[in-house]
Design a protein. Structure first.
Length: 83
């Protein structure tokens, strides 16, 4: 009876070890997918930043042009109102 109990105990231990390995493999596979998704998101963010940067420069340039035009038109508007 002691031998069969020992064999049963070892079988249970092996089953537990197999399940631990399965869970470890699943977790590692999941972490690999998460890391890949993180890399893709980082690449997308960099691409978006690259697209937004030139737009910011263009907008700043347009604002400067508008401000310059407003400064030039302001005295004209005031002189027209006086007449």
């Amino acid at each position: 009876m002691a031998k069969s109990a020992l064999a049963l105990f070892r079988a249970k231990e092996e089953e537990i070890e197999r399940k631990k390995m399965e869970v470890r493999d699943k977790v590692q596979a999941y972490m690999g997918r998460v890391e890949e998704a993180t890399r893709r998101l980082s690449d997308i963010r960099e691409e978006l930043d690259a697209l937004i940067d030139p737009m910011r420069k263009d907008i700043a340039l347009l604002r400067k042009k508008i401000d310059t035009a407003n400064r030039e038109l302001k005295p004209l508007g005031q002189s027209c109102q006086k007449k």
